[in-house]
Design a protein around this ligand. Structure first.
Ligand code: PEP
Ligand code: MN
Length: 346
């Protein structure tokens, strides 16, 4: 059960609700949001009578039963889609948000050139890894703190917000100083310590689906972040492992539609890791727009053949510009569809 307290519910009212929940055999999980207190009642008991008594208590706005294993992120809990504000951009609202940039931050020249180009072409955020989770220990591991500083420079020059990966819980304070959105990579989707740490970081989180993770597991990971007091989670479909070898991963675009049914959180698609091949990126971007994603995370490099990581799947700057131009009519339709959605006030 989830119990939403009224806007100005008193501490006594909240305490009384918590006591009632515990007396009914449930464990209390309280989230103090900016505006209101929301209380999760976790466990098994006589739901119907407990709900009825909670609904009648002073200070309670609403009490509902959530049948899904993930609670706060489910559509049952919140029917209206969440909008996640990142400075001037809103993800999950009436603007399709493109995040673009290199796989890794490599040098000042590389990141500045890419940032300026993607900003000109219409991207709203700059992606770029300073901490890289590479498959081989002998491959480029990222510029770490130096990379974060370069991302800040690029932000200052272009106004683009920064999306960058954090790999360990101990790095969360450092990365939060520089990032506008903290990326949790596919390999870390179930790093519970990291999920808890970004829950407490106060920055929006871009949570990538693990390459062998189900949609349910992705939502359970998102639930960790939200349950640890961070409601600003953006989900990312980045392809999963299947028997298919023609692409690096199999882009599970259907997952976007499934997620849109199951959760109120916004969903973006990463066509670069999902396909592993730059020629496949533009068509998958178009499909992501059509299926109702809220944005894209695209790898772009000024010289893909010389990239330190993921060059094969990175778009060159001219190819990114062309893709953004080609996407325009699709984005018009996206906007119309979004405005026609019931309950979406845009
Ligand atoms: C990345 O975004 O560069 C990355 C490492 O992605 P993933 O975690 O999806 O493999
Ligand atoms: Mn990459």
């Amino acid at each position: 059960m989830i119990i939403s307290m009224r806007l100005h519910a008193t501490k006594e009212e909240v305490d009384a609700v918590c006591r009632r929940i515990e007396e009914s055999g449930y464990k209390v999980h309280t989230i103090h949001g900016e505006e209101r207190v929301v209380i999760g009642a976790i466990g098994t008991g006589d739901v119907t009578s407990c709900l009825e008594s909670l609904q009648a208590m002073p200070g309670v706005e609403n009490a509902v039963r959530i049948s899904a294993p993930y609670k706060f992120v489910s559509r049952e809990f919140q029917a209206e889609s969440s909008r996640i504000r990142v400075n001037s951009a809103v993800i999950g609202g009436d603007e399709f948000i493109v995040m673009a940039g290199p796989c890794s931050v490599e040098s000042e020249r590389q990141i500045m050139e890419t940032a300026e180009a993607v900003a000109r072409a219409g991207a709203r955020m700059l992606r770029g890894g300073a901490f890289k989770p590479r498959t081989s220990p002998y491959e480029f591991q990222g510029l770490e703190r130096e990379g974060l500083k370069l991302l800040r420079k690029a932000k200052e020059a272009t106004g683009l917000d920064i999306v960058t990966e954090v790999m360990t819980d101990s790095d969360v304070p450092l990365v939060s100083e520089y990032a506008d959105v903290l990326q949790i990579g596919a390999r870390n989707m179930q790093n519970i310590a990291l999920l808890k740490a970004v829950g407490a970081c106060g920055r929006p989180v871009l949570l990538k689906r693990g390459m062998s993770s189900t949609i349910r597991e992705l939502l359970m990971s998102a639930e960790y972040v939200v349950a640890h007091r961070n409601p600003s989670v953006i989900l990312c479909e980045r392809g999963i492992r299947t028997f298919e070898t023609a692409t690096r991963n199999t882009c599970d675009l259907g997952a976007v539609a499934v997620l849109n049914e199951l959760t109120h959180l916004p969903v973006v698609v990463d066509p670069s890791h999902a396909t592993g091949k730059s020629s496949l990126v533009p068509p998958v971007c178009r499909a992501a727009v059509a299926i109702g994603a809220d944005g894209l995370l695209v790898e772009v490099h000024p010289c893909p053949e010389k990239a330190y990581s993921d060059g094969v799947q990175s778009l060159s700057i001219p190819r990114f510009e062309a893709m953004m131009r080609e996407l325009k009519p699709y984005l018009e339709l996206w906007k119309q569809a979004r405005q026609a959605q019931p309950g979406t006030a845009v």
